[in-house]
Design a protein around this ligand. Structure first.
Ligand code: AMP
Ligand code: GLY
Length: 426
């Protein structure tokens, strides 16, 4: 089968690496792809906003499955355009992608379906938002409603900070994404990522991970798209997983199906483990980056089988997804300046990765030599028996990479490494 993968980051490199291993994959195309993806796929220069061009390419190449990596084309309705032309697509249509495209949409759905999440108010005017602050204690969370590449969330410690965030968002600092603002109650607890595949009717869990959002060691500094991750996240015990499936995911899938806008693809939840149990922080309508890198390294099942079963509405009859008992950990190497303005063009020399490790490309370009071409540049990923072993292997590989224009956190996995050390001492 011919497969088209849309996107160009570390998540898409991990998906390409895994899709290309399937005996069912005869030709893999990626648009626009990156130099790492080029090792597994033919790169195609398509504008993802030009749906007619993407559909036309699928017709010419007789594509049997389209896998959409990032959220922006999904929120823009690329899956609808492809489905209307008869193609099997992994990824939700525009209406269901609102789970990520509008935070207010998701909060209203949670209220309707009685899904545990932080209390909130949606505001379309600055005055209304400023007045609504009186109903919240500190800290308080202020969010731009729309897509903001992980940057539209402010956790305000003081009223002044909250007011400044509101003024800023309505003032246009997040463009159209900030035309509406959601004010939320702050939830305290440990955060984890949970994945589930659904074809709109059936739902199966698809692994857990923990991301590291802050740029600096010890979870300090500004938020990023994610500086590293490990999987599985042992804080999500089987009992908590069952609870999340029953009280958060299943009601979400059922509510969207009942509205006539079923969600087909991967649901990626940020969950807060609070004293009152797991609560939804947010939904994403695609795989996490860098969470996808660790999931793909641990996945033993054929990815094409699974994604095609989702795309064709046959998930109930598909064999269950099997993950290795081993852990995986990924360390993001970013270009200096990230998450502000990253320095582009720094040269990179990569060693061969040993068995069990993969260097995924995120923001690289090939200009005679390999160079940095984005904020997050590489995702250095390794397997190990425990997270501690995967961490050792990932950093051993990081230390062999020649990328003087880059930096990384040195403590990815620290929560789990501390738990493993405690368990060993017992
Ligand atoms: P989001 O883009 O909604 O995932 O928010 C980004 C980050 O902000 C999350 O990963 C959390 O760490 C934090 N966050 C968002 N909402 C809340 C909340 N209601 N309480 C505490 N932390 C939050
Ligand atoms: N790593 C967080 C995200 O992909 O949204």
């Amino acid at each position: 089968m011919n497969i088209l993968l849309l996107g160009s980051g570390g998540r898409e490199h991990a998906l390409a690496w895994k899709l290309a291993q399937s005996p069912r994959c005869s030709a893999l195309f990626a648009a626009p792809g990156n130099p790492g993806i080029a090792a597994h796929a033919v790169l195609v220069d398509l504008d993802l906003a030009d749906h007619a061009a993407v559909v036309g390419f699928c017709q010419v190449q007789q594509i049997g499955l389209v896998v959409v990596g990032p959220e922006a084309p999904l929120v823009d309705g690329i899956a609808d355009s492809l489905r209307a032309a008869g193609f099997a697509v992994f990824g939700p249509g525009k209406a269901a992608a609102q789970l990520e495209g509008s935070k207010g949409f998701t909060k209203d759905l949670c209220r309707e379906a009685d899904i545990p999440t932080a209390g909130y108010i949606r505001c379309t005017q600055a005055d209304q938002a400023l007045a609504a602050l009186a109903d919240f204690s500190l800290p308080v969370v202020v969010k731009a409603d729309g897509l903001a590449a992980g940057k539209g969330v402010i956790i305000a410690q003081t009223r002044e900070e909250a007011e400044a965030a509101i003024t800023d968002m309505f003032g246009g600092s997040f463009g159209a994404s900030g035309a509406e603002v959601v004010i939320e109650e702050f939830m305290d607890g440990e955060e984890a990522s949970f994945f589930a595949l659904t074809d709109g009717t059936s739902v199966v869990p698809f692994g857990t991970a923990q991301d590291h959002k802050r740029v600096g060691d010890g979870d300090t500094g500004p938020n990023t798209g994610g500086m590293g991750a490990y999987s599985p996240a042992s804080v999500l015990t089987p009992a908590i997983e069952t609870d999340i499936m029953a009280r958060i995911i299943t009601p979400t899938v059922e509510t969207l199906a009942a509205r006539g806008t079923p969600f087909s693809g991967v649901l990626f939840l940020g969950v807060m483990l609070t004293a009152q149990g797991p609560k939804l922080i947010e939904y994403n309508c695609r795989f996490g980056d860098p969470e996808c890198e660790v999931l793909m390294l641990r996945l033993e099942s054929d990815l094409v089988d699974l994604l095609l079963a989702v795309a064709q509405g046959r998930l109930a009859g598909a064999p269950p997804a099997v993950f290795s008992k081993d852990a995986a950990l990924t360390v993001v190497m970013a270009a200096k300046g990230y998450p502000g303005t990253p320095e582009k063009g720094a040269p990179i020399t990569l060693p061969d990765a040993p068995k069990g490790s993969v260097i995924f490309h995120a923001g690289t370009a090939e200009k005679g030599a390999l160079i940095a071409n984005g904020g997050r540049v590489l995702a250095v990923t390794a397997l190990g028996r425990r997270v501690t072993d995967a961490q050792d292997a990932a950093y051993a590989l990081v230390d062999r990479i020649d990328f003087p224009g880059g930096f990384c956190r040195r403590d990815i996995g620290w929560r789990e490494v501390a738990r493993e050390a405690l368990a060993q001492a017992d």
